[in-house]
Design a binder for this molecule. Sequence first.
Ligand code: KIV
Length: 277
Amino acid sequence: MSATPESSHEAERKKVTTHTLQRMKRKGVKIAALTAYDYLMARLIDEAGIDLILVGDSAAMVIQGKDTTVGVTMEQMLYHAAVVRKGVERAIVVADLPFMSYQVNADEALRNSGRMVKEAGAEAVKLEGGEQICATVRRIVDVGIPVMGHLGLTPQSIHKFGTYRVRAEDAEEAEEIRRDARALQDAGAFALVLEKVPASLGYEISQALTIPVIGIGAGPGCDGQVLVSHDMLGIYTRFKPRFVRRYAELADAMRQAFGNFAEDVRSNDFPQESESY
Ligand code: KIV
């Protein structure tokens, strides 16, 4: 396989920007994205060469133990974004705007996007929704803040939909998502997350748009893929959607390590002389 600038050695540590992602789309180089919520995880993900790090509002579930993403606050997301940013040199850092931080009006959305960039150091913000938030997207983009859209399964609307089922299985919902995707692109979004839709729709929308489409449960035809780190590492085990591939079983390994430590403390095996002063 011939090396493209984005995959070649000299480009490996070059800062990823929205332009890099655009170029990757044009050249057919797939974009790898993962979520992070803290400094150390962000640093490891960045060192592994992941292109885009999303400070997801999934923090509500995998960090705070909540049942949905709706409860995480703006202040909490600012904190997560700031500590993630500190650990990242290469990847582009995109931070989720939490539920109700951008829906009330465009002024509030703009103010909160500005905080995410200015106070936390995020390089872009992500928000959920289609045509109904395009005026807001345009307003944020106009001041120079890149915006990523999020369509398909939009977890902030879980109480409206009542289920995490696959979206757009019927023609009407598929058409709505196609329309929303085009509208977000026209409003100036630099990329789009497409969650839990049929693979055929993921492929079709990725082909139709000029901006990168990052899929999560949207099939192999998207321009890139994103997963929640705690899912792919096997740390978050409350449930496992079909679209998650586990690259490790860290929950088991961690439980084992914690148990071994407790056993060693109780049996006086730890600490040894070499571990003492
Ligand atoms: O919050 C999150 O982790 C996300 C991903 C699922 C894309 O939005």
